[in-house]
Design a protein around this ligand. Structure first.
Ligand code: NCD
Length: 308
């Protein structure tokens, strides 16, 4: 059995067994909650800090809910983008907050690698969980996407997953690829305009495509991504109407995928830019299931890193 994780900063390099253990544990949390258990006092007396240097709706709320459902106390420390403190200031913030006796820090930051820096500087015994760093990793999103797919299509080795949109700036896409590969997915297609795709060498084993009609053919799950304008220079911004015509998910395109193809999106969605409203709200949409699974995955991760 692989060792209990002390921190969760990325899914890259995690043993398949650790990923499967977290997904199984998330299912246990889901079952417990389905049977009316709203509070599992697993983490009673522990304190969790939400340290978000970038905006967030679902991730922050869902970590907070997850921690509270496990009986932990939660402190929210929100810092708008404009007041992001870096370098020493970040560590000063860390040490100030740590002096209040925290057990876990959940961090979101625009700089890739911030969670690892916190692991290095945090007091021993404080667990660090990455809630998204730059374009690098968003491990709990990767896990909740894998869980959502597994609930419908556990046959990962037979599955084609197409990830379409602004892959270049997407930490979600990277963590999805790491989770899906660990679970045995053979065909992962990354699709988008050339300017919004990473180089093939960055994610070995994936197919790169600029043609969404071809890339969605036979897909069992399609994960749409938002144009992350906040990470782009103004000159990089594509024209939204022509972007939707080439890379938007509408009914006509979805019909090219496998029957019952899961339609996924990490949110926030931009209707009419990367996804048509009738597809986002349609029968194949799993977007709200993803949100629901996010709470169970985060409960599983908190229980893992704070387990005694
Ligand atoms: C994503 C993120 O912040 O990386 N959102 C999320 O956590 N659900 C994706 C995005 O912002 O587009």
């Amino acid at each position: 059995m692989s060792q209990r994780l002390r921190h969760l900063t990325t899914l890259a390099g995690l043993p398949t067994e650790a990923i499967t253990r977290l997904l199984d544990r998330a299912e246990t949390m889901r079952e417990a909650c389905a049977h009316g258990t709203r509070k599992l006092n697993l983490l009673a007396g522990r304190t969790v800090l939400n340290l978000f240097f970038e905006p967030s709706t679902r991730t922050r709320t869902s970590f907070e809910l997850a921690a509270r459902r496990l009986g932990a106390d939660v402190i929210n420390f929100d810092i708008g983008l404009s007041s992001t403190a870096k370098g020493e200031e970040l560590f000063d913030t860390l040490h100030t907050l740590e002096a209040m006796h925290l057990d876990a820090i959940i961090v979101r930051h625009k700089e890739s690698g911030t969670p690892e820096s916190l692991v290095k500087h945090a007091m021993s015994g404080v667990a660090v969980i990455n809630a998204g760093d730059g374009n690098r990793a968003h491990p709990t999103q990767g896990l909740l996407d894998a869980l959502t797919i597994r609930q419908h299509r556990p046959d990962f080795d037979q599955l084609t997953v197409t990830i379409c949109g602004d892959v270049l700036h997407s930490r979600v896409a990277r963590s999805d690829v790491h989770a899906l590969q660990a679970l045995g997915t053979k065909t992962i297609r990354l699709c988008g305009p050339a300017a919004l795709l990473p180089g093939a060498e960055e994610l070995p084993g994936v197919e790169i495509s600029h043609d969404f009609d071809a890339a969605i053919e036979g897909a069992g799950a399609v994960i749409m991504l938002r144009l992350q304008k906040e990470r782009m220079a103004a000159t990089e911004l594509p024209d939204e109407a022509s972007y939707f015509a080439r890379y938007g998910l509408d009914k006509r395109r979805l019909a090219r995928a496998d029957k019952g193809c899961l339609v996924m999106h990490p949110g926030p969605i931009n209707r009419g830019i990367e996804i048509a409203p009738d597809v986002a709200d349609g029968a194949q949409s799993r977007i709200l299931e993803q949100v629901g699974n996010g709470v169970f995955v985060r409960m599983a991760v908190l229980a893992e890193v704070l387990g005694r």
